[in-house]
Design a protein around this ligand. Structure first.
Ligand SMILES: [Zn+2]
Length: 328
């Protein structure tokens, strides 16, 4: 111990003792009388990629008992053991939802919109957290949807059925649009989850079908934002490269659902994957690229602020979440 630090510590200790004596002798004892706040803090996190300013915005998180068949190709015990290893509440799965905005300097872009209004107190928080982040929904120029599942599209609409981002151009993956808007596909879809997806897509886009722009893969869909084919989760599921200057961010969208299960075990099949075999191929391709590049990856269902780096780890991968950085 240097003399300097030793003296600082001793001075500090003496000060604490003196304060304790003063509070019990000279004054009334300190009391913690402030009421508990009783609600969570706003959820947004800001960072830069090159000249772009990006804000991850929490739409909330859902905690539910893990449904049977959540992972289709391993036993329920194996899946539960993986959740326990990730310190989730016993038997429960926590799924976060994290849209993001990219301010390119010329355009303010929102990627995915969350669960929308009326789904419960811990969900559909995008509008509130966007307001806390100082972002006006009217200022969004472009909404890009990665795929047309409800947790990504429902937030396009307000509770009264209006447009949540009234001035934004809406961009949808052409392949997903063709798939979900096909009457033939809808009639063939099994009852349950798949049928519900078709119905919800039609409900959200009712009256908007002429207003969306369909985008292709390997194209710039907004300044500096390029679409990548990562199909499987849905037929048109899309990830993105956000590039500015020499910096790149990979936006995985739903290449995996929660990483604790499906990034660690890329061949595990989540119940939501439309084509589980193609989804697994996309996972390996995407994470091999991310690991080779040592790229920063944003994941819609990663724990907030939903950013990390991906490394190869045995037959799977490991996500190393970023540390909070107070500097932009
Ligand atoms: Zn999703």
């Amino acid at each position: 111990m240097t003399d300097f630090t030793r003296r600082s510590l001793l001075t500090g200790a003496a000060a604490i003792t003196a304060a304790a004596v003063t509070s019990t002798v000279g004054h009334a004892p300190a009391r913690a009388a402030a009421p508990a706040v009783g609600k969570q803090a706003p959820g947004f996190y800001r960072y830069r990629v090159g000249d772009f300013e990006i804000t991850q915005i929490s739409d909330g998180a859902r905690t539910v008992p893990m449904p049977d068949g959540f992972v289709k190709n391993v036993s329920k015990d194996q899946a539960l053991a993986a959740l326990e290893a990730a310190y989730m509440p016993r038997g429960q799965v926590i799924t976060p939802f994290n849209p993001m905005t990219v301010n390119t300097g010329s355009k303010l872009v929102l990627i995915d919109t969350g669960l929308g209004p009326g789904v419960g107190p811990t969900l559909g928080l995008l509008p509130a957290n966007m307001a806390a982040a100082g972002i006006d929904p009217k200022a969004i120029d472009i909404v890009i949807l990665s795929h047309l599942h409800p947790d990504h599209i429902n937030g396009l609409k307000t509770a009264d059925g209006g447009l949540a981002f009234p001035n934004a151009e809406m961009k949808v993956p052409a392949v997903d649009w063709a798939f979900w808007m096909s009457d033939e596909n809808m009639s063939k879809a099994p009852e349950g989850l798949m049928k519900a997806y078709f119905q919800q897509t039609r409900k959200i886009f009712a009256g908007l079908t002429d207003k969306v722009t369909k985008y292709e893969w390997a194209k710039e869909v907004a300044p500096g934002i390029t679409s990548i084919d990562t199909n499987g989760h849905t037929p048109g599921h899309t990830s993105f490269v956000v590039a500015s200057g020499s910096e790149r961010l990979l936006v995985q969208s739903d290449v995996t659902n929660i990483p604790e299960l499906f990034l660690r075990n890329p061949d595990w099949q989540v119940m939501f994957d439309a084509d589980p075999v193609k989804a697994a191929v996309s996972r390996h391709k995407f994470y091999d690229m991310a690991a080779a590049e040592k790229a920063l990856v944003a994941g819609f269902h990663f724990a907030f602020p939903s950013l990390g780096h991906v490394e190869k780890d045995g037959t799977g991968y490991r996500l190393a979440p970023i540390a909070w950085n107070a500097a932009l």
